[in-house]
Design a binder for this molecule. Structure first.
Ligand code: ADP
Length: 441
């Protein structure tokens, strides 16, 4: 590219005679020393501008999140950015390993396999001039996508047999590879596939049961009343299970969709917990259990989506009641902890139920995980409840953990950082999302 400083009309000597060029033939005795000084100064200016341009180009290349790798027609890597270095494992030896451009095959055993495959693609594209897209896996298990394009010189023209070396001059500059890390995308895709497969399975099981009973009712009129009643009971349980599954799936979907623009509200946790206590207190009574409330968060306020907060605590208390036998006690307590700063709200749900085996503790927060599938079938569980609690805790910037002993009971602790008072969003509170009182199994 011609340097702007040398273009006509770009003289840094505007005070000179109009239209008079500074660039004269050497030997002009009149301006000799001036000319040398002017040339020297022009050269310094050109160097400064070139350095500045290089600096910009370097910065742009370095900040691009895609790996960029340019390979010349002889297979030599002429340029790459730090991202390409990171993704393809290019070390400095690539540049300093001799000999360059001497017909060395592009793929060599000392190179990372991913780099070799990109180089091969570059060589092919340089030959065929047809862009290519390849996917590859690195030694470290990363999935990469490389798109390779032919590069053409802006300045050179293809002139057969016209070059200093006697070879035909060509406008081919080689090829350019753009490399992207698609590991996360692939992981999410596979998670989504697994999720759909599990959801389908979870739907199929109760539906098969229900349609089996419907068939039985259609074909047999002489059904024993006790069998009839039992069949209806099972159908009711399975229908409830389906309803609950749909409700939890909707919450999950809603959380995923609403997260980027969720409305932040100021939540009064004490009021929300008392509300949960009221609605689940009835469930406890029906089962002959006692639900104790010990809520004293000292005026603490949370910031976030109230419906989701409600859902998280509701799920924990509901589980405690659901899995514990009649005659037991469930305790819901809340305290503000931490000195100074904004502090933390610690909510504990303790029960005297069957407990959870130690080896299962690490898995109960996974989606669709149930300790005993048989236990779940009676209680209508979907295995999504604790996964939701964990997601919601994370959205609030907090954590959920469990301590449990088989035969003695379980204690779930939800710790959520408290928002600074008075910063709640001005939008009205969001309704819905498992808003305790009206929902539940
Ligand atoms: P579910 O819909 O089955 O309740 P969850 O995700 O809420 O699903 O819970 C996962 C599993 O963890 C349950 O199936 C149950 O086996 C176990 N679990 C959860 N809470 C308790 C508890 N308080 N006592 C005993 N087991 C529990």
């Amino acid at each position: 590219m011609p340097d702007p400083a040398s273009r006509p009309g770009r003289s840094r000597n505007p005070g000179g005679p109009k239209g008079r060029s500074r660039f004269r033939a050497p030997g002009d005795a009149q301006d000799g020393p001036d000319l040398v000084a002017a040339l020297r100064s022009d050269l310094a200016e050109m160097t400064r501008r070139t350095n500045e341009r290089n600096d910009y180009i370097n910065s742009v290349f370095s900040s691009i999140d895609e790996g960029i790798l340019a390979v010349d027609p002889s297979g030599r890597i002429v340029l790459y950015n730090p991202r390409a270095e990171e993704l393809l494992g290019i070390g400095p030896r690539v540049f300093f390993d001799p000999p360059w451009g001497t017909g060395q095959p592009p793929s060599r055993p000392d190179r990372a396999p991913a780099l070799s495959r990109v180089e091969e693609a570059c060589a092919r594209v340089n030959r065929t001039r047809v862009p290519e897209r390849i996917e590859l896996e690195t030694d470290g298990g990363r999935h990469l996508e490389a798109r390779v394009y032919p590069m053409t010189s802006k300045y050179r023209r293809t002139v057969p047999g016209n070059s200093a070396a006697g070879r035909p001059e060509t406008d081919r500059l080689g090829s350019l590879a753009l490399v992207k890390d698609i590991t996360e995308m692939r992981r999410l895709e596979s998670m989504r596939k697994d999720f759909v497969a599990t959801v389908s399975h979870e739907f199929r099981t109760p539906l098969t049961l229900i349609s089996g009973f419907v068939e039985m009712f259609k074909s047999r009129e002489d059904l024993d009343p006790a069998d009839r009643t039992r069949a209806f009971e099972i159908m009711e349980i399975e229908t409830e299970r389906l309803k609950r599954l749909i409700s939890e799936l909707l919450t999950l979907a809603e959380m995923e969709n609403a997260l980027p623009r969720q409305r932040i509200e100021e939540i009064d946790p004490a009021a929300a917990l008392r509300d949960i206590g009221r609605s689940l207190g009835e469930m406890a009574e029906r089962k002959g259990q006692r639900l104790e409330l010990d809520v004293d968060p000292g005026g603490a306020r949370l910031r976030g989506n109230e419906g989701w907060f409600h859902r998280a605590v509701y799920n924990l208390v509901e589980n405690a009641l659901k899995f514990s036998p009649p005659g037991t006690r469930v305790r819901l307590s809340a305290r503000r902890t931490g000195e100074g700063g904004v502090g933390t709200l610690r909510i504990r749900v303790e029960d005297e139920g069957p407990g959870i085996p130690r080896e299962e503790l690490g898995r109960i927060f996974e989606r669709f995980y149930r300790v005993e599938k048989s236990r779940g079938s009676g209680g209508g569980g979907s295995g999504l409840g604790l996964a939701l609690v964990k997601d919601i805790a994370a959205i609030f910037g907090g954590t959920v953990r469990v301590e449990s002993e088989v035969g003695k009971g379980s204690a779930f602790t939800l710790e959520l950082p408290l928002g600074s008072p008075g910063q709640a969003g001005s939008t009205p509170g969001q309704e819905g999302l498992g808003n305790g009182a009206g929902e539940g199994p």
